[in-house]
Ligand binder design. Sequence first.
Ligand code: HEC
Ligand code: HEC
Length: 148
Amino acid sequence: MVGTLLLTVWVGLSQAQPGDIDANAGGLSALRGETALDIDKDPGRIKDPVKDQGIQDRQYIHQPPLVPHQVRGYEVDLKVNRCLSCHGWKNAAARKAPRVSPTHFETRDGMTLGDISPRRYFCMQCHVPQTDAKPLVDNVFTPVESLR
Ligand code: HEC
Ligand code: HEC
């Protein structure tokens, strides 16, 4: 048993070259593509966000709607929340922006607060801007019937 294990390890080591893909890893290609772990991959360009594209259809009932505009420079930290300056209930009408829904005031225990709930404060945890990227893997997802 011990002998077999040692032999396997030795054969593995003797064949591996830097940059090699481990064919025994199940043949899966990770998001970093065919680049081996010991090689630094070129990070590529950050994708350009899609400019104002209008409210996007939702694909399922509790989906956080996609952000249909650019968000560059919209600060969200302890003191400022730029998203709420347009989407908060106070300013939304004046900014012609949709208001955050009442769920955004609820704590996880179901209490309704007078201001945005801490668990909904970091908007882009759930709402994501869009870029014109090709899907990384095939996807056959279709929206639920009532939204088609
Ligand atoms: C300057 C005002 C402004 C700011 C700041 C702003 N938005 Fe918006 N947002 C809008 C407007 C206006 C719309 C509606 C766009 C339309 O009708 O085409 C919108 C639409 C959206 C929607 C789509 C809602 C739906 O029902 O589909 C989401 C989600 C959203 N914004 C998220 C954000 C997030 C997250 C931030 C901060 C990173 C942010 N917005 C900052 C003005 C703003
Ligand atoms: C934990 C996830 C989460 C976070 C964080 C979050 N949202 Fe949402 N948001 C949702 C979901 C899910 C929906 C759709 C269902 C609903 O209204 O609750 C939604 C809906 C919305 C809508 C559409 C409301 C409507 O009536 O159609 C707007 C606008 C919005 N969010 C803005 C924001 C802004 C601005 C922030 C940050 C202050 C934020 N959200 C933070 C999950 C989130």
